[in-house]
Design a protein around this ligand. Structure first.
Ligand code: NAP
Ligand code: MG
Length: 524
């Protein structure tokens, strides 16, 4: 694998070793399922009175792990542990913190096959997407370490004020806030837990992590990497349980100095208003939903557009914040685009995502599976036609899990509410427009502004970049129309209802979000 760098853009043609490593890990893991895992508070495993079984969406008979249903008391204990660990961790030289976090990132890389196999079984991601999520996590942590080093710990000597008879020194330093809360979603359970956690920790904050309930197991395996790397007790605390009770208790805790929440718009907005009830304003980084357009001009290379759009519409079963959930095509190429999309989608293999040939696994849980049935019904009633899919998969092993067909919809009027609503499923609507002006107008006419893709001429691409209201934009990319950002290459974050900070993860401006500035003036 010496010359191979795994990213979401390179994952389509991996070396053979990635497959054999993954296969072995799946086999080993399947013999070891169903163990009980605690939460981690102050470095110790903590068990709650109530537990829950973590089932696989591939086959709900598979119980992957037994996890803890944490309570408000556990939220309180985790916060107290993080608070206690803060003075020492924040005064640990940043070089030392960087060293420990690089160790954690390298442990994640060492365990990539075991973690990837568990991810495929718990989330239902295909194998390359699973391995990608794990590698991205390590890369996000490395990137925060690199930023800290490149900026010399964010210690900057300012000008000396011209004081007659005195000598002044003015030093600007960025310092950590204190206890940071990371609440993460099910779909990128590692990258969107480990990325923000890495930044918060390098910056000198201590942490409480609360994963999505659907992915409690795999995030516990990530928390193990931090603990095994030798981060001191209390620096990283990990609690599991329902968002509505345990999660809410964390958000309401007066101990929290800052939050990174990645998840849906509705939960994020509620959290934002609840968090504003504290004694003063505290930082909150929100990374929310998307309704990402892929716009196809009459001058597009339709072969590239087809590959890129199908990958972005149906990768991870459409459950990516960056999924191409709207396709907007100029009239002259509409018919050909639609027939190519159908042909490519019909070739996608649906099945057990741990298997090599599978591109499309199950959706994450029963509620998403039921949503799929309801949305497809609503689309039919609204005048939409199914170019592909439209149904859940049944028969044989499909009946054991939550499998849905990759569904392209045509003829749904642009006025229909589902053109603006994030379904978070393998359902993408395709619409026809007269010209690119109309395409851009429809493209921007949503609350969200996360990613966007374009296929057309170079001059048209300039216009697209200039006018599109989104934080991550791509033109003419076959590796993914709207998906596949990688730290260091495509910093990831959203505008409008898709994000609050205006600074993208895995980019130049991200790490300082986790610190506040102090200016130190000393007169000698
Ligand atoms: P979600 O339902 O909003 O849940 C996200 C997290 O919030 C989970 O850990 C959840 O815990 C927790 N939570 C729920 N209610 C809470 C409360 N009252 N207080 C504190 N925490 C609470 O999102 P999801 O279904 O996991 O993920 C899908 C969403 O994430 C989509 O909208 C997607 O677009 C978005 N997303 C955005 C980005 C981005 O970078 N912008 C990236 C990935 C995903 P439970 O699981 O226990 O309910
Ligand atoms: Mg959810």
């Amino acid at each position: 694998m010496a010359d191979f760098k795994l990213t979401y853009a390179t994952m389509f043609n991996p070396p053979e070793e990635l497959h054999t490593g993954f296969d072995k890990a799946v086999e080993k893991l399947k013999q070891n399922l169903g163990k009980e895992y605690g939460m981690i508070i102050n470095g110790k495993d903590v068990f709650a009175d109530e537990k829950f079984d973590d089932h696989s969406p591939i086959n709900t008979d598979w119980i992957l792990a037994k996890m803890q249903k944490g309570s408000a008391q556990h939220a309180h204990d985790a916060m107290a542990a993080a608070r206690k660990a803060f003075p020492k961790w924040s005064h640990t030289p940043w070089q030392e913190r960087v060293k420990l976090l690089r160790k954690a990132a390298s442990l994640i890389e060492e365990r990539i096959f075991d973690l990837g196999a568990a991810m495929a079984m718990e989330v239902g991601k295909n194998r390359m997407e699973s391995l990608g999520d794990v590698q991205e996590t390590a890369d996000l942590i490395y990137y925060s370490c690199y930023q800290m080093e490149k900026n010399n710990g964010y210690i900057v000597e300012m000008g000396k004020d011209p004081l007659v008879g005195y000598e002044a020194s003015n030093i600007s330093v960025l310092r950590p806030y204190g206890v940071w809360l990371v609440v993460s979603p099910f779909n990128f359970p590692h990258a969107l837990t480990g990325g923000p956690s890495g930044a918060a920790l390098v910056a000198g904050n201590t942490l409480v992590i609360k994963p999505a309930t659907d992915t409690a197991w795999i995030v516990r395996l990530l928390a193990d990497c931090f603990r095994d790397a030798g981060l001191p007790d209390g620096v990283v605390n990990f609690v599991t349980g329902p968002g509505s009770t345990l999660g809410q208790a964390l958000v309401d805790s007066p101990e929290v100095d800052g939050v990174t929440f990645t998840g849906s718009f509705d939960v994020g907005m509620k959290m934002f208003s609840d968090f504003a009830k504290g004694k003063y304003v505290r930082p909150m980084i929100l990374e929310l939903g998307g309704k990402n357009p892929a716009i196809v001009s009459k001058n597009a290379d339709l072969e590239r557009a087809t590959i890129g759009i199908v990958r972005s519409a149906f990768g991870l079963q459409g459950q990516k914040c960056s999924a191409a959930s709207r396709v907007i095509v100029e009239e002259p190429v509409y018919d050909e685009m639609v027939s190519r999309l159908k042909e490519a989608t019909d070739k996608l293999v649906i099945g057990d995502p741990t298997e090599r040939a599978t591109y499309i696994g199950p959706v994450v849980n029963k509620s998403s599976y039921n949503d799929f049935k309801n949305f497809t019904e609503e689309i039919s009633q609204g005048g939409g036609k199914f170019l592909t899919g439209g149904h859940v998969k049944t028969g044989g092993n499909f009946d054991k899990g939550y499998f849905c067909e990759p569904t392209f919809v045509t003829d749904l009027p642009f006025e229909h509410r589902l053109w603006k609503y994030e379904m978070f499923l393998p359902i993408t609507t395709i619409g026809k427009v007269k010209n690119l002006d109309e395409a851009m107008e429809i493209g921007n006419d949503v609350n969200y502004g996360l990613t966007a893709g374009f296929y057309g001429s170079a001059e048209e691409a300039d216009m697209f970049f200039d006018k599109i209201e989104a934080g991550v934009t791509y033109a003419n990319r076959p590796q993914g129309a709207t998906t596949g950002a990688w730290p260091g290459f495509q910093p990831f974050g959203g505008w409008k209802g898709s994000g609050s900070s205006g600074k993208n993860g895995g980019g130049h401006y991200y790490l300082p979000l986790y610190m506040h500035e102090q200016i130190r003036t000393l007169i000698k």
